[in-house]
Design a protein around this ligand. Structure first.
Ligand SMILES: [Zn+2]
Length: 303
């Protein structure tokens, strides 16, 4: 198969990694082009200064001071994204920071047109993004991000005055399974009706994914959380899929094939005994495998 172009679009800086770092690593290793869009600056999301330190204060700084602090923290987060992307083989020039305010993310003409324009330029074959109905799609920035994408893709498939690029249609969209088809714990997720229909076995790169979360230090995802998260989420998806670690996805459109789809892994697992599958599911990341991650101030001209 020819190499493909994969665009991963997340609401906040960490989303693309905790949801799909392993999948991204597999695609770049195969020679596919992988690009990333981070829609919001994410300064409010679990940030150790803006979110954490402000929480127990009696008063937060005045508007201009606070705004300046948020700009600085957004920069730190973007540097972390670049560092984590390098771990999974995504180049800085292929990361697009939209810088939307994470206060109230909305679907609007401006962000939809901007994303559609980018899609016409980058011409991805596949897109990964958030499930547009996550959390009932009420006050959920992940869901809103998924909706922005789902508005932008049909627009990208047509022309738009001011953009000389021809229409581009993506072949399919995969939604992050975690957050939508994970453990249900609220009234909106109880609605259900969706499930992970594709799992990507990321066992071989799970330790790289831990390092990606180690890079997300600004929001406390490094260290213990990174390890717990991978064990709890990817370990759970893997356990359901018959492997050690997996990322789950919800496919948007049905697939068209010449023959019935059967993956190499489906066949391999089907031919394994019960105990062989249990052993496969039991594998755990060795701490010594996890690479040390270094976050540098990025070259801002490129992003
Ligand atoms: Zn998020």
């Amino acid at each position: 198969m020819e190499s493909i172009r994969l665009l991963v679009i997340g609401a906040h800086p960490a989303d693309i990694f905790d949801q799909s770092a392993g999948t991204m690593a597999h695609h770049t290793a195969r020679g596919d082009w992988v690009g990333c869009v981070v829609l919001t600056h994410g300064a409010r999301i679990h940030d150790e200064v803006i979110s954490e330190q402000m929480f127990h204060r009696t008063e937060v700084p005045e508007a201009d001071v606070l705004s300046q602090m948020m700009t600085e923290r957004s920069d730190v987060k973007a540097d972390e994204v670049v560092a984590a992307c390098a771990l999974v083989g995504v180049k800085q020039e292929d990361i697009y920071f939209f810088g939307e305010d994470d206060a109230v993310l909305t679907v609007n003409e401006s962000n939809v047109r901007r994303l559609a324009c980018l899609v016409r330029r980058l011409k991805p074959d596949l897109v990964i993004t958030h499930f547009p109905k996550e959390g009932g799609a009420i006050g959920n920035p992940h869901a809103t991000a998924g909706q922005i994408v789902m508005h932008a893709l049909p627009l990208a498939a047509g022309v738009d005055p001011g953009d000389r690029l021809p229409p581009h249609r993506v072949a399919n969209v995969f939604f992050f399974g975690q957050g939508a088809a994970a453990t249900r714990r609220g009234i909106w997720s109880a609605e259900g009706g969706f499930y992970n229909d594709v799992f990507i076995d990321i066992t071989d790169v799970a330790h790289i994914k831990v390092a990606c979360l180690d890079a997300m230090k600004s929001q406390g995802y490094d260290g213990a959380y990174a390890r717990k998260r991978i064990e709890a989420s990817d370990g759970s998806f893997g356990d359901h899929a018959g492997v050690a670690y997996a990322e789950g996805f919800i496919r948007c459109d049905s697939t068209v094939c010449t023959h019935l789809p059967l993956s190499d892994l489906d066949l391999k697992i089907a031919r394994m005994s019960d105990h062989e599958i249990i052993r496969q599911r039991s594998y755990k990341i060795d701490e010594r495998q996890i690479p040390q991650v270094k976050v540098f101030a990025r070259n801002k001209k490129q992003s």
